[in-house]
Design a protein around this ligand. Structure first.
Ligand code: ZN
Length: 75
């Protein structure tokens, strides 16, 4: 993946969580406790009993930005 700002190669890594991960529009409330995805959310990954939620993320060290590609998601 090439960084859209500086056009250098991005590094692949992961964001992990003990809770389900989703993208939520700014004007909507974030989930506090319940891990059920709302219709306005984009599910990124669900945690399982012995596995944390993991999302593949591209990072540009120079620009200090992270990118998630929805086609990489396993949901
Ligand atoms: Zn960059």
């Amino acid at each position: 993946m090439i960084c859209p700002y500086c056009h250098q190669e991005m590094i692949i890594g992961y964001i992990q969580s003990e809770k389900d991960l989703s993208w939520t529009p700014e004007e909507q409330p974030a989930n506090l406790f319940v891990n059920r995805f709302k219709t306005y959310q984009v599910p990124l990954d669900k945690r399982h009993f012995f596995k944390m939620a993991i999302v593949k993320v591209y990072r540009c060290q120079k620009c200090q930005i992270e990118m998630i590609i929805e086609k990489d998601l396993k949901l």
